[in-house]
Design a protein around this ligand. Structure first.
Ligand SMILES: [Fe+2]
Length: 649
């Protein structure tokens, strides 16, 4: 059974899942070089299927998903059509068909066209920063706005239990399951049937709910046979779009309830208010928060949208910013925030730290409420999967690891919208078709290295070019050679095999430097064209992790937890508050394991600075030619390209 997962929103991606195994995951941004690119084209789908060793004739079913209210851009693929409806070819029925029919609701009236609405509103109805963000993510926006690109509305499946619309505060969700039993078909049937016309074939397809896809992307790869699932992102909480509490049991994934957290949108908007680009504001705010103190934090701002509206009577972001600024005025802070120059002002860093603290406290309370609700329903579990874009917040995840009610946590490497195509396909395969989760396959599905293999023609051209302009050698032991370079304080790009999924560099497309030299913080920020204050993360041999770091899971393979640095010997990767966002490495990570092992022998420190291989505002490099271009332009010392060492003459 081959399921093609297609995600059309931002961080659009294709996943090919055969008999439950994720064979390929291709993120559009890595191929069209537009950060967080929206929409899919024919080429990326064809390349992903071919990379899986399959043909288009092998696809049995499609699982489609989008970012909350963004339509499916059908017009980017010749002959691609989507039509709501069920026929005998569909392998799984959807309870929503009967439910909507019984309620006399035409599903076409529920379809959303978020991009159309955005681009056809007058300029002054949309904040210019917000509009600019979408224009950059959709390079075809002008043609789309002129209606030269066709689209089909997207159905996010929030048309369900009445109780899910009651304006319950966070604590109000702590009781037993509301809205029917756990095996209620609605909790298990968050998909709607489609007929998909793709590459000349008519295939059965389904829309799958956005947060159910986040949940499936985490749970079916976690290795847990039962787990609570918390999915949170920046979607609109008033329309049940910011995330769900869920429960995974065997092959089934049940929606417990939408939680209405307003966390993701608030956090991003604070980042933008402090002067960061709307694309990537969250990550920068997280880094900045370590510079300040949470002096504006108040418990009264934790809770979900309904709590905040009851207490503060307005939109949560505005209420929070007003509170911070009012308090700052009474305490004599200069009103200095909102630009690149003011990023490190006392007001800016204390707002960042206070917002981070608000995030962490809300994160903890949400997990406690989910735990309480499952306990009250006699469904308690020790395992928790965290997912949705908010699960990229490493300090919050570590707080949950240390203080939260769950013993074991799992966060998948592409917990942002980039992972939705994985989740859509796995949800359909396991929950829809009832196929059990094979623990061996689930373990293979935890490998982040599922990008499309590099283009051989690109590799050949790149080698020719490298040989003309640089010194190229093939060391007998690339791991030992790279360790020696790093020990001698050279800055390296490390490019190996298939690319990693998710926004964090996991050592197949990485920049590496010696963490013992504090000046490498400045040098690497300069090479990448980043702001000098932004911190760097370490990568460490997993066996040696407890010698260097604490207060973090020992197994942290995807750079999604923050640790406390125990040693003073790592100044280039120790943030100003003594923390570090670590990645732990085993032999499964490939060549980086050898590099760290040899470096440990040479220097006694099996730790490196690791950051993504990309220039400012660019996606992580995908092809060898892009890695060579980075090497040429950045002034770094060497590029290791699948075992070759390229250095300047
Ligand atoms: Fe999302």
């Amino acid at each position: 059974m081959v399921v093609l997962g297609l995600h059309f929103g931002h961080d659009a991606s294709v996943s090919v899942v055969a008999d439950g195994e994720l064979l390929v995951h291709a993120l559009r941004e890595r191929h069209n070089r537009v950060k967080k690119a929206v929409g899919l084209d024919a080429e990326i789908i064809q390349n992903a299927v071919a990379a899986a060793g399959l043909t288009l004739a092998d696809i049995d079913v499609c699982a489609l998903v989008s970012t909350q209210d963004l339509e499916i851009l059908t017009g980017l693929i010749d002959g691609f059509e989507v039509e709501l409806g069920e026929d005998p070819a569909h392998p799984v029925a959807s309870p929503l068909v009967g439910l909507l029919g019984a309620s006399d609701i035409d599903p076409h009236t529920l379809l959303t066209h978020g991009l159309r609405r955005l681009f056809e509103r007058s300029e002054n109805e949309t904040h210019p920063l917000f509009l600019d963000r979408w224009k950059r993510m959709l390079p075809e926006w002008e043609r789309f706005a002129r209606r030269e690109i066709s689209s089909h509305g997207w159905l996010d499946l929030y048309t369900t239990h009445e109780s899910w619309y009651q304006q319950r505060g966070l604590q109000g969700l702590a009781g037993p399951l509301a809205g029917g039993a756990l095996d209620d078909p609605i909790r298990l049937g968050m998909h709607y049937p489609l007929r998909v016309r793709l590459f000349g074939r008519t295939l059965p397809g389904y829309f799958v709910d956005h947060h159910v896809c986040h949940g499936a992307s985490a749970y079916y790869r976690s290795g847990f046979d039962q787990a609570a699932i918390l999915s949170v992102d920046g979607g609109n909480p008033s329309r049940n779009l910011s995330g769900h509490f869920m429960l995974g049991q065997g092959s089934k994934l049940h929606v417990v309830a939408p939680h209405h957290l307003a966390l993701g949108g608030l956090y991003r908007n604070v980042g933008v208010a402090l002067g960061f680009d709307a694309l990537g504001a969250e990550g920068k705010l997280m880094g900045l928060s370590s510079y300040g103190q949470p002096r504006f934090y108040r418990d009264a701002f934790t809770g979900n949208l309904h709590d905040l509206q009851r207490r503060h009577g307005t939109d949560p972001f505005r209420a929070w910013m007003k509170h911070c600024l009012d308090l700052a005025a009474t305490r004599g802070y200069a009103r200095d925030y909102g630009s690149a120059e003011s990023v490190l002002s006392p007001l800016s860093v204390d707002i960042a730290a206070s917002t981070q603290k608000l995030f962490e406290e809300t994160w903890l309370r949400a997990a406690e409420v989910l735990d309480a609700s499952l306990r009250a329903s006699r469904l308690a579990t020790d395992q928790l999967c965290l997912t949705g874009g908010c699960a990229l917040n490493c300090p919050a995840n570590s707080r949950l690891h240390i203080e939260g009610p769950f013993r074991n946590l799992f966060v998948e490497p592409n917990c942002d919208d980039g992972g939705l195509s994985v989740g859509a396909a796995l949800y359909l395969y396991h929950n829809g078709l009832g196929r059990p989760v094979d623990p061996v396959i689930a373990e293979r599905n935890r490998s982040p290295y599922r990008g499309i293999p590099v283009d051989p023609a690109d590799r050949e051209r790149t080698l020719d070019r490298a040989q003309e302009n640089f010194q190229v050698s093939r060391p007998d032991d690339p791991g030992r050679a790279a360790a020696s370079d790093l020990h001698e304080d050279r800055i390296l790009a490390w490019f190996e095999g298939r690319s990693e999924m998710g926004p964090r560099a996991l050592c197949h497309r990485s920049l590496l430097a010696n963490p013992a030299n504090g000046d490498n913080w400045r040098r690497v920020n300069q090479a990448k064209g980043r702001e000098p204050w932004r911190p760097f993360a370490p990568v460490v041999l997993e066996d040696a992790m407890p010698d260097w770091f604490a207060d973090c899971p020992t197994h942290s393979p995807y750079m999604l937890f923050t640790a406390r640095v125990k040693s003073r010997q790592l100044p280039a990767v120790t943030h100003v508050d003594g923390s570090a966002r670590i990645q732990t490495v085993t032999a499964e990570n490939g060549g980086i394991h050898d590099v760290l092992t040899h470096l440990g022998e040479l220097s006694g420190t099996p730790v490196l600075m690791n950051t993504s291989l990309n220039g400012p505002g660019e996606p992580i490099v995908e092809q060898p030619s892009e890695a060579l271009a980075f090497f040429e332009n950045s002034g770094i010392d060497a590029l290791y390209l699948d075992g070759l060492r390229i250095s300047r003459n």
